[in-house]
Design a protein around this ligand. Structure first.
Ligand SMILES: [Zn+2]
Length: 567
C-alpha cells in the first residue's frame, strides 16, 4: 500500500531512537530458484513462494530497480510453468511502462540584468512529486514577470494578468499566520495559472534542508509521450524574488510587472536501472459466450527498496510497538520517559532470544508480497482445476504502486484486453497479518473490505454470500470504507485505477501494522493460516463472479476517470 503523504512524512522525519544497535549480520541469501508447489492453495506453497519473493536478494523490489525486475521474472517463470496465456505486450507476460529517471539539468541558470542566479542557492526547480503539480521546463530570454501576491490568495491577482508571464508569489501562511514552506497544501491553486509561463514561490529561505534535498533529488516517473506539458515551478529566495521584481516583497503590489528574466531550466531523462513492468496473464474461460469477459485479480509486484540508513531490526520493532503501531502510517516522535522504559523492556526481551541485526532492505513480505503470492496461488489453483470458470480470469501484478499507483493507472489507460470487458477487479494488498497483535479487533478471521459496494451493491453482497455459503467464517471490517475516512484507503491502492473507469472493485487487506513500510516487514511475522484463508476466499469469489450468468450490476455513479479520487 502507498503511504498517505511522503512529503508530509519527510518534512517531519525524526530518526527513531535506536537503542543499542551494534553487531551487524548480513541475511544469508537463500536460493531464488523455483521449488515445487501443489495445485491447491496451501500454507506450504504460500510460504515457499513468499520466501522467494520477499528474500533479501529481491532488494525490496523498488520500481525501476533490479530487485523489482527479478521479482517480475519469478512471477512470469511460474506463469509459464502453469501454461497461462501471456497477456502483456508482444506475446509476453510483461507490459513495460515508459518509466524514466528524471533530474533537473545541473546547467539550469537564470539572470536578471545580466546578473546570474545559482541553482540550489537562489532557486530550486520543482519536480513532479506527490502532491506537487509542477515538473515542467522553462527556457527563454526576456521572459516577462509579474508579482502575484501571496501563494494561495485567490483575491490578489486575476489569471488574465498572468498569461505568458512568470508569476512570483510570496510564501503561503500557516494557521498561525506565519510564512510556511508547504506550498503544496493549497490544492488546485497552481491550476488557476495554467496560462502562465511558470510560477516562482519565495519559500526557499524557510524550506528545511531535508525537504530541500528531497525536492532536488533525481526521481523516476512515467513519462507518457505526447502528454500535456507540466507546469514550470520553482522556489526562490526572498532576495531572488526582490531581484526579479525590482522591489522587495514587502512593498510589491500584486499585478505589478517585474524585470524580464533570462532562464534555462530543463529536466533530463535517462533509462532506469531496470524496466518497470506489469505482469499480465489470462486463464481462458470455459464458456465460449462468456470468455470474452474478464474477472481481474490484482496485487502489486513492487515495494519500496532500501532504507537510507541501516537500522537494527529489533530496535525498530520495539520502538514501533510503543510509538508507531501502524508503522509508517504513524508519525515518528521522541518517546516519553515511560515509553522509553517500555521500549527498552521489549528490546531486552528480544535481545535475550537473538543478537542485534542491522538491516536496510524493506522486504515487503506483507506489502505486497502477500498479495502477489496470493494471486499466483489462485492462478495455480485455477489453471490446474478440472473445471475452469466460464469467464476468463485476468491476473495482473502491477508495478509502481508505491510510487503512486503507476502500473495500474497505466494498465487501465492502456489496457491489453478491452477495458469494458473487465466485469470486476479484486485487489489484494497486505493480507498476511491482521492478528490481534497487529490490528485493533484483529484475529484469525479478520479482513478489511474497502470499496466493495461503491459501484456495485451486488458485488458487495456477493462477497458476503460467498463468505457465508463457503463457510469461510471471516468477519469483515468495513470501517475503513467510510466516506471521508482520514486514512483514505479507497484511493491508496490499485483498485482505484479500475474503479475510476466504472469497473466494480473489492479491496482486500488485513490492515496496516507496526512493520508497515519498515525493514521488519518480513516473512517471519506472516500468519500463514490467516493468509491462506483469505486467499481461498478471494479464489472462491473470483470463481463465483466468473460463473454467474450476469456480470455484477453497476448501480452507483461512476467517477471521472481523470478526476481526483475521493473516498
Ligand atoms: Zn506499501
Amino acid at each position: 500500500m502507498q503511504v498517505a503523504s511522503r512529503l508530509a512524512a519527510a518534512s517531519l522525519l525524526v530518526v527513531p531512537a535506536l537503542l543499542g544497535a551494534q553487531s551487524s549480520q548480513s541475511g544469508a541469501a537463500r536460493s531464488t530458484s523455483s521449488t515445487s508447489t501443489a495445485p491447491a492453495i496451501t500454507t506450504a506453497d504460500l510460504r515457499t513462494r513468499l520466501s522467494i519473493f520477499a528474500d533479501d536478494s529481491m532488494q525490496g523490489r523498488e520500481t525501476g530497480k533490479i530487485g523489482n525486475f527479478k521479482g517480475t521474472e519469478y512471477i512470469a517463470r511460474e506463469l509459464a510453468k502453469l501454461g497461462l496465456r501471456p497477456a502483456g505486450e508482444k506475446g509476453t507476460f510483461f507490459q513495460e511502462l515508459p518509466y524514466r529517471d528524471v533530474a533537473v539539468d545541473p546547467a539550469a541558470a537564470m539572470s536578471i540584468d545580466n546578473q546570474g542566479m545559482q541553482l540550489g542557492t537562489d532557486f530550486l526547480v520543482l519536480p513532479s512529486y506527490g502532491p506537487i503539480p509542477f515538473g515542467g521546463s522553462l527556457e527563454g530570454a526576456g521572459v516577462q514577470t509579474v508579482y502575484g501576491g501571496r501563494w494561495g490568495d485567490t483575491t490578489a491577482i486575476d489569471p488574465s494578468q498572468t498569461a505568458g508571464r512568470l508569476v512570483v508569489f510570496s510564501a503561503p501562511t500557516n494557521a498561525q499566520g506565519q510564512a510556511a514552506p508547504q506550498f503544496w497544501g493549497v490544492s488546485g491553486f497552481a491550476r488557476r495559472f495554467a496560462n502562465a509561463a511558470g510560477i516562482a514561490i519565495a519559500t526557499l529561505d524557510i524550506t528545511p534542508a531535508q525537504l530541500r534535498s528531497l525536492l532536488a533529488e533525481p526521481r523516476s516517473r512515467v513519462v507518457v509521450p505526447g502528454a500535456p506539458r507540466s507546469q514550470f515551478g520553482m522556489i526562490v529566495t526572498r532576495d531572488a524574488a526582490r531581484r526579479i521584481l525590482g522591489v522587495a516583497l514587502e512593498s510589491a503590489r500584486a499585478g505589478t510587472a517585474g524585470k524580464p528574466l533570462t532562464i534555462i531550466a530543463r529536466f533530463k531523462e535517462a533509462t532506469t536501472e531496470a524496466p518497470a513492468r506489469n505482469v499480465i496473464a489470462v486463464l481462458e474461460g470455459s464458456d465460449p459466450k462468456l470468455r470474452g469477459q474478464f474477472v481481474a485479480i490484482g496485487a502489486h509486484n513492487d515495494h519500496v527498496g532500501f532504507t537510507e540508513q541501516a537500522v537494527d531490526h529489533d530496535s525498530v520493532r520495539a520502538y514501533n510497538a510503543v510509538i508507531r503501531p501502524e508503522g509508517a502510517e504513524d508519525t515518528p516522535r521522541q518517546p516519553s520517559a515511560e515509553e522509553a522504559t517500555r521500549i527498552r523492556g521489549i528490546l531486552d526481551s528480544l535481545r535475550a532470544t537473538r543478537p542485534a541485526r542491522m538491516d536496510s532492505i524493506n522486504n515487503g513480505a506483507d506489502d505486497d508480497g502477500s498479495g502477489s503470492m496470493a494471486v499466483l496461488e489462485i492462478a495455480e489453483a485455477l489453471a490446474t482445476a478440472r473445471v475452469k470458470p466460464k469467464r476468463s480470469i485476468l491476473f495482473v501484478w502491477h508495478t509502481g504502486e508505491e510510487k503512486g499507483l503507476l502500473g495500474s493507472e497505466y494498465f487501465t489507460d492502456v489496457p491489453t484486453v478491452p477495458r469494458d470487458s473487465i466485469v470486476a477487479q479484486l485487489n489484494i494488498d497486505m493480507i498476511g497479518r491482521g492478528t490481534a497483535q497487529d490490528v485493533k479487533n484483529g484475529g484469525p478471521h479478520y479482513v478489511q473490505l474497502v470499496g466493495s459496494r461503491r459501484l456495485s451493491t451486488e458485488l458487495g453482497d456477493l462477497v458476503e454470500s460467498v463468505n457465508t455459503t463457503g463457510k469461510h467464517g471471516f468477519t469483515f471490517d468495513y470501517q475503513y470504507d467510510a466516506n471521508g475516512h482520514p486514512q483514505n484507503i479507497y484511493c491508496r491502492s490499485d483498485h482505484y485505477s479500475y474503479a475510476r473507469y466504472g469497473i466494480p472493485v473489492v479491496f482486500f487487506t488485513t490492515g496496516v501494522h507496526r512493520d508497515y513500510h519498515m525493514v521488519t516487514d518480513e516473512v517471519q511475522y506472516i500468519d500463514f493460516d490467516h493468509f491462506r484463508g483469505v486467499t481461498q476466499l478471494i479464489h472462491d469469489i473470483a470463481t463465483t463472479v466468473g460463473n454467474r450468468a450476469k456480470a455484477p450490476v453497476v448501480d452507483k455513479p461512476k467517477p471521472d476517470p481523470k478526476g481526483e479520487c475521493r473516498q
